[in-house]
Ligand binder design. Structure first.
Ligand code: ADP
Ligand code: MG
Length: 268
């Protein structure tokens, strides 16, 4: 599904304030169709804020955000953007919803809301469930799933919407290593086989590095943006942050669980 390079997201000189405080500044970022971009950075560095700004949920103080040639959050973008929020898999335990029902909710949009039954919708639901490998639990209550399965169900919901551009905020939190690897593999396949574009935030540097083609290190502004293979080692990162590392950790690749992910739990 190779298409000519097309910029689907473009941020220029973006500044964002929250609660009167500047949390992002000088953000210049563009993403091409088919890219898998990982965004890393410590807690409170503005990762979620950046995604919410791209989605149009937060206003920019200065600068512009352009999504498929539009300002964010316009009707024209309906269905194009899939959003898997931080703690998305912490679905309420007191509502009864099967996996299939959850995924079908992703297909509800302004144009089909009033249609009773739509064959194409059902196909999209089945296809999304298959893509994430949850066929066997389609009729199971979401509350009965493991953390990794729940996360995949939430991703299936985004896929069922036919979204071309999927933004995920910390999808690896709270799932075990096997589930994490399966999820990363799935996301990679979606990019390669389905032509999706993925922007994924994680503070699990080791995990994201296994999969993303391009990495961004964000700490109030973008301090690194480039090939994953050239992503700076921890010491260089510390220099980017102006902080000396306390321990001189290894610099090799694929060291499992060696990351920033064991900090305090985020409170949103
Ligand atoms: N609702 C809010 N109101 C005011 N400030 C906020 C709000 N949410 C987050 N912040 C602040 O914005 C900064 C960036 O937060 P966030 O984008 O959530 O970081 P990250 O996702 O990288 O952990 C932090 O300093 C945080 O305290
Ligand atoms: Mg966050």
């Amino acid at each position: 599904m190779q298409k000519a390079e097309a910029t689907i997201l473009d941020l220029k000189d973006v500044t964002v304030h929250r609660g009167g405080v500047q949390v992002l500044y000088d953000i210049n970022l563009s993403v091409e169709r088919g890219e898998f971009v990982g965004i890393v950075g410590p807690n409170g560095s503005g990762k979620s804020t950046l995604l919410l700004t791209i989605l149009g949920e937060l206003m920019t103080r200065t600068g512009t955000v352009n999504l498929y040639g539009h300002a964010p959050a316009t009707r024209k973008l309906y269905g194009k953007i899939g959003w898997v929020s931080q703690a998305a898999s912490n679905l309420p335990k007191d509502i009864r919803l099967t996996v299939r029902e959850l995924v079908r909710l992703g297909t509800v949009n302004a144009s089909n809301m009033l249609s009773f039954f739509d064959q194409r919708r059902e196909e999209r639901v089945a296809n999304a469930i298959r893509l994430v490998g949850l066929e066997a639990v389609g009729s199971t209550d979401v509350s009965k799933l493991s953390g990794g399965q729940r996360q995949r169900a939430v991703i299936a919901r985004a896929l069922a919407s036919d979204a071309e551009f999927i933004l995920l905020d910390e999808p690896l939190v709270g799932i075990d290593r096997n589930a994490r690897n399966a999820l990363l593999k799935l996301l990679d396949q979606l990019c390669h086989d389905e032509g999706k574009t993925i922007l994924m935030v994680s503070h699990d540097l080791a995990a994201i590095r296994q999969t993303a083609h391009r990495m961004i290190y964000l700490e109030e502004t973008i301090r690194y943006d480039g090939d994953t293979a050239k992503f700076p080692g921890l010491e260089e990162l510390a220099a980017l942050r102006g902080i000396r590392p306390v321990h001189d950790h290894e610099h090799g690749h694929h060291h499992d669980d060696h990351d920033h992910s064991h900090g305090p739990k985020e409170d949103e």
